[in-house]
Design a protein around this ligand. Structure first.
Ligand SMILES: [Zn+2]
Length: 347
């Protein structure tokens, strides 16, 4: 008993101070109930929750669809550039506290445009916060514009051109309701993004079948798969992902909240790593799914009995998968190597 307890404390301590990279994080998914209520009041937006407690109670879901209903309702309180700035700075201050040194942030412009918010306010507010965090805390970042796959793809290219004209977009992604919305629908905008020199990622193989991962690779030519946990159902797909070193941005708490796996001890992160896949660990929508990156790591490692060295492996994988300069990657690897050297006794 005593041994088990001391191992857990050591794991917690190791993960808390481990230099980290996060690659799958929706900024709208960091909206904590306190900020939701405060922004609704400040902006005069009607929401069905009368208190922080009521909002917190609503943050429970059965599947992706039921989560998205609450998530999009939450996003409706974001109206001005200062709202986006405050939301993003709140997440980045968590990064500082958790030693996340590099963060790649998704945002859903179509939701905000549908709410009547100007694209300039969305991108301007988020980007100003990213600059503040780089200047004040040394956190590097990238901004990834996500298209919602349950919306009409016909307007996507025009939106991409508008966003790129404003600058500061590193890449594009594909998110929202996966089932019945295969990646192939978005081939045109992904081809346009490639021609513009942008990076490309897509959610696939979370609720959707392995064939959606194939489509993301072959039709959208993505460089990373977001989630991708269902790839293990198709051995030839696993081979392809390994051969091409395609990273998977795995999000354990999200998978449990949305019932992709029944409980954390049944998650397949250990199998993904054992298969030789380039898996990373991320928090997805941490305000809604019960925890940020360190908590995702700690609870996943405890439940799956993963060795501490896998925490380093996941972070090395994330550095390889990141859309940052080679120089920044070297800095991030040096931070990991230094940390490893000072903790080698644990490994
Ligand atoms: Zn996601």
């Amino acid at each position: 008993m005593e041994n088990a307890k001391s191992t857990e404390v050591t794991l917690s301590d190791f993960i808390e101070r481990l230099p980290k990279v996060e690659l799958h994080l929706h900024i709208e998914g960091t909206l904590e109930p306190e900020m939701l209520i405060a922004l609704a009041k400040r902006n005069g937006v009607e929401i069905p929750y009368r208190s922080i407690e009521a909002a917190r109670n609503a943050y429970h879901f059965d599947d992706l669809k039921s989560f998205l209903n609450v998530y999009y309702l939450g996003a409706s309180v974001l109206r001005e550039d200062r709202d986006y700035h405050e939301l993003t700075i709140a997440y980045l201050s968590r990064c500082k506290a958790e030693r996340i040194l590099h963060a790649e942030i998704f945002f859903d412009p179509q939701t905000h445009l549908a709410n009547g918010v100007a694209l300039e306010a969305v991108i301007g507010g988020i980007h100003a916060a990213l600059l503040d965090a780089e200047r004040d805390w040394g956190i590097s970042s990238a901004l990834i514009l996500c298209f919602e796959r349950d919306r009409d793809p016909a307007t996507a290219v025009k939106l991409l051109e508008r966003a790129c004209a404003l600058g500061n977009i590193t890449g594009i992604g594909l998110d929202s309701a996966e089932l019945d919305n295969p990646p192939g629908k978005f081939q045109t905008v992904f081809a346009a993004a490639k021609a513009m020199g942008l990076h490309r990622v897509a959610h696939a193989g979370e609720e959707g079948p392995p064939s959606y991962i194939w489509q993301a690779l072959d039709m959208l030519q993505v460089e990373r798969i977001d989630h991708g946990v269902r790839c293990l159902e198709d051995p030839s797909l696993v081979r392809r992902l390994i051969d091409d070193r395609i990273p998977l941005t795995v999000c354990p708490f999200s998978n449990i909240a949305l019932k992709v796996f029944p409980q954390l001890s049944k998650h397949n992160l250990g199998e993904l790593l054992a298969a030789g896949l380039l898996a990373t660990i991320n928090s997805d929508d941490p305000a809604y799914f019960g925890g940020y990156l360190s908590e995702n790591m700690l609870h996943t490692f405890s439940n799956l009995n993963l060795p501490v060295r896998d925490a380093l492996l996941l972070q090395r994988n994330a550095v390889e998968a990141a859309f940052c300069s080679d120089q920044r990657k070297q800095e991030l690897l040096s931070a990991l190597n230094e940390y490893n050297a000072s903790h080698h006794v644990l490994l």
